[in-house]
Design a protein around this ligand. Structure first.
Ligand SMILES: Nc1ncnc2c1ncn2[C@@H]1O[C@H](COP(=O)(O)OP(=O)(O)O)[C@@H](O)[C@H]1O
Ligand SMILES: [Mg+2]
Length: 293
């Protein structure tokens, strides 16, 4: 039996996360792989600071990195391990400003976006930038913290004053400002890609909120992506060099796909409940094939 590592976040201890880990471990076991769970706070067990303590008798065949601790992913890559997803890909997904930069001018339609200007102060002393932003995007406007999940750090503001209040509330977190896609209000498509293939997809609809996230009350429906949506999901993964991802796509005015965001370690419990497709199986099949090549 081969040994591999499943790196997870040591501070996320809920049932919801444990369930995902157990599915991945189970899928690995079925493929004769002992996938050992290693929380990222087990510093000295993952990469000992003292090189003499490094004991590669247990050298993993690969690392399945189910976290966003990019520095740790980079360290593992420096040790020569094959890390799925790779550190650059995880970084590009985890930071919505970086996702935008990496995909800009790559023929991937995204909402008009401004990245908040960097300031050396604790908070903005001057909000003049907002006048330029509102001139281009208008209201309502979407403000998103660069790092966030489950829709919790995504906001809709209706005026200059609401925008200023929200930015003050966000505090030191970095953020982007985005055109509100009215045509996609409370609605988007989640597509799971593994390798170069679409594994499964669902539509998410929330009648009561502009955010379609399931954790936020969105309802799931089985969905067959259009050719254009499927192509966008695959192009995005290629561009960001991702082995697998959950790609969120909104609907433009003419129904055309507009990229919302990319998740390097997308939860797959909801999509299983919706479609019966277990994405962990595809991920492990893909990894087994990749490490052979
Ligand atoms: N520019 C936008 N216009 C309209 N709705 C949006 C926009 N950006 C995000 N949303 C909605 O908010 C939800 C959460 O945004 P997303 O960027 O995916 O953040 P998270 O990482 O928290 O899921 C999306 O699923 C979508 O329904
Ligand atoms: Mg999302």
């Amino acid at each position: 039996m081969k040994t591999a590592w499943l790196v997870v976040n040591g501070y996320l201890k809920s049932e919801k996360f444990e369930e995902i880990y157990s599915w991945l471990i189970e899928a690995a076991k079925e493929r004769n792989i002992n996938l050992k769970k290693l929380p990222n706070d087990q510093l000295d067990s993952i990469i000992p600071a003292d090189p003499e303590n490094i004991n590669w008798r247990e050298r993993p065949e690969f690392v399945l990195f189910w976290d966003k601790d990019v520095n740790l992913a980079r360290m593992l890559e420096r040790e020569g391990f094959r890390v799925f997803n790779n550190a650059d890909g995880i970084e590009a997904c985890d930071d919505k400003a970086l996702t935008f930069i990496r995909l800009k001018n790559k023929n991937i339609k995204m909402p008009k976006t401004f990245i908040a200007p960097m300031t050396f102060d604790k908070e903005y002393k001057d909000y003049t930038f907002l006048l330029q932003v509102e001139g281009s995007l208008g209201y309502p406007m979407v403000i998103k913290e660069n790092k966030g999940s489950f829709g919790e750090q995504v906001y809709l503001v209706n005026s200059y004053y609401e925008a200023v209040d929200k930015i003050k509330e966000i505090g030191h977190h970095e953020f982007i400002m985005q055109e509100f896609m009215e045509s996609s209000k409370g609605k988007d498509v989640r597509i799971h890609v593994v390798g170069d293939e679409i594994v499964t997809a669902m539509e998410r609809v929330n009648e009561n909120d502009f955010r379609a996230n399931i954790t936020n009350g969105g309802k799931m429906k089985k969905y067959t992506p259009t050719k254009e949506q499927a192509q966008m999901a695959i192009d995005v993964c290629r561009e960001l060099n991702l082995d697998f991802a959950g790609v969120d796509i909104m609907f433009g005015k003419e129904g055309e796909p507009v990229l919302c965001e990319v998740n390097s370690n997308a939860h797959f419990k909801n999509i299983y409940d919706c479609t019966g497709v277990n994405v962990s199986e595809s991920i492990l099949d893909y990894i087994v094939k990749s490490i052979k090549d």
